[in-house]
Write a new protein. Structure first.
Length: 493
């Protein structure tokens, strides 16, 4: 197919002009002291690595090195698992109400220190302060509060009387919601009486290390939470460790597959939260302005670094033009830039590697014949940035319709009937989430039953709540996190 032109139109209503926003920067100093280098948190102490290798974490908005941290060795992982094992007997024997006290305490400290944590997360990850402050941190605290509430009610959770914890949980998390993914993993594990060794992602270790301080501040018994930093090799050492009883992994599908192979034939329990390629489906009777907000939130929230991002817009043909016009107008008002500016909608891409991945996939989209559009917007000179982008003329076979881009890039497809919408929405190896926009309640229920997705939002998108289970079908993984279901992953049921 002939290559179509890459269009970039001037904004119909520019973000600047008469109603330009004055910068409203949050102070980086609010992040508190960032040490020059970090070791691990094992047995309640900050300790050096047994190895010599150090990794660096950079601020993706400035490319400045924030800190060095240890690349955990097998020996480090072994020490951390031993500490968690030692702590398990005491922790699991505590009455649930006692464990709850620690979780409530952690939740309250997270709230008290939320500004510090939000700023630190924005600096290390590149996500806008508006999101870390208003989404990540409130949800982190909410997860600890929620699972604190379960700790003394496990007998009534529907898993039989006195359900038992599994033991030591090895948890590996990605960089897109560093502290929130930590909360999703640690809160249910602790509430159910397990102890944990958690490995944060190599580009975003700082909030996990700050969380280690919070564990100390909360007086959590030593060894109940251990944090070992490092890269994929450290993660693999943790998931392979023979004294780990449960592995919880959030990350990419290829790594999830490798872990499933590694664990096959062992007695370890495994939950996998992997990638996605969600369809956000807009019917002709949908409230269009509201749907456009939902499309924007679905794909541009957190720079599109969201496993459940609504990265495929399926719009009913009769309203295609109306939706696309409104969407482009809305995209032209998105402010891209300094993550610490409270006005910023889209922050920095997390790493140079991720930027290269997004760039390569969008180039493939153009090469395969889809038409690319971005609003005019100035990107900062240093740092990793990508304009909000949409592709029209996308066919189901295009890579940008099949592969997870994990960036601020929307692929637009159309449909005529609800049955066609279902068929196209399900035509992906993934099955994590989906969105439906329509005024008809009966259509919402019918669609939700047909869609092979773990989460289906109706007339909203990217809404998270600790009480609600989250997880995938097919190559998006298995097991559920959140809600009562999230307890099961950490109990011997
Ligand atoms: P990734 O799989 O490369 O890395 C995730 C984590 O796994 C990191 O901590 C990494 O160090 C570690 N790791 C890498 N190789 C490993 C190995 N062989 N064994 C054990 N651990 C290993 O993914 P990423 O690029 O960091 O994250 C992006 C991906 O995560 C996306 O595909 C996204 O969809 C997915 N994700 C899913 C969810 C969900 O809940 N389903 C949430 C967030 C992100």
């Amino acid at each position: 197919m002939a290559k179509k032109k890459n269009t970039e139109e001037p904004a119909a209503k520019p973000a600047g002009g008469l109603f330009a926003y004055a910068p409203a920067p949050e102070s980086p100093a609010a992040a508190g002291d960032i040490a020059g280098s970090y070791g691990h948190f094992i047995g309640g102490e900050f300790v050096d690595s047994s190895g010599k290798e150090a990794l660096k974490t950079v601020n993706p908005a400035t490319e400045q090195v924030l800190a060095e941290f240890a690349r955990g060795t097998e020996e480090d992982v072994d020490r951390a698992v031993a500490a968690a094992r030692k702590a398990f007997a005491g922790w699991s024997a505590l009455p649930g109400s006692e464990r709850a006290k620690y979780l409530f305490r952690i939740a309250r400290i997270v709230q008290e220190r939320s500004r510090e944590l939000a700023v630190l997360e924005s600096i290390d990850n590149g996500k806008p302060i508006r999101e870390t402050r208003d989404v990540d941190l409130p949800l982190v605290a909410a997860h600890f509060f929620y699972y604190a509430g379960w700790a003394d009610k496990l007998d009534h959770a529907g898993f039989g009387p006195a359900p038992k914890p599994l033991g030591v949980a090895g948890q590996v998390i990605p960089w897109n919601f560093p502290l929130l993914m930590l909360a999703w993993k640690i809160a249910p594990a602790l509430a159910t009486g397990n102890t944990v060794v958690l490995k944060p992602a190599e580009t975003t270790p700082l909030t996990a290390l700050r969380f280690a301080e919070i564990c100390r501040q909360a007086g959590l018994p030593k060894g109940v939470v251990n944090i070992v930093t490092g890269d994929g090799r450290t993660g693999a050492a943790l998931t392979a460790h023979t004294d780990v009883n449960k592995v919880a992994f959030t990350g990419s599908t290829p790594v999830g597959r490798a872990i499933a192979r590694q664990l096959a034939g062992t007695r370890k329990k495994l939950s996998l939260e992997l990638g996605g390629k969600a369809a956000n489906i807009v019917f002709d009777d949908a409230p269009i302005d509201q749907a456009v907000e939902g499309i924007v939130n679905g794909i541009f929230f957190n720079q599109g670094h969201v496993c459940c991002a609504g990265s495929r817009l399926l719009v009913q043909e009769s309203v295609q033009d109306e939706v696309l016009d409104a969407l482009k107008r809305r995209m032209a008002t998105l402010r891209v830039g300094d993550p610490l500016d409270k006005n910023t909608d889209i922050g920095a891409i997390n790493s140079a590697e991720q930027l290269a991945r997004i760039t390569a996939l969008t180039e493939a989209g153009e090469a395969e014949g889809a038409e690319r559009w971005s609003p005019a917007c100035d990107l900062p000179g240093t740092g990793f940035w990508f304009k909000p982008t949409l592709f029209t003329g996308v066919s189901q076979a295009h890579r940008i319709a099949q592969e997870e881009i994990f960036g601020p890039v929307l692929s637009v497809l159309t449909f005529r009937t609800p049955a066609e919408a279902v068929e196209k929405a399900n035509n992906t190896p993934y099955g994590l989430s989906a969105g439906i926009w329509t005024e008809k309640g009966s259509r919402i229920l019918w669609m939700a039953n047909q869609l092979r997705a773990g989460v289906v939002w109706a007339n909203t998108f990217n809404k998270f709540d600790p009480t609600s289970p989250f997880g995938g079908y097919k190559e998006s993984g298995y097991g559920r996190e959140g809600g009562r279901h999230g307890l099961e992953a950490y109990l011997d049921v």
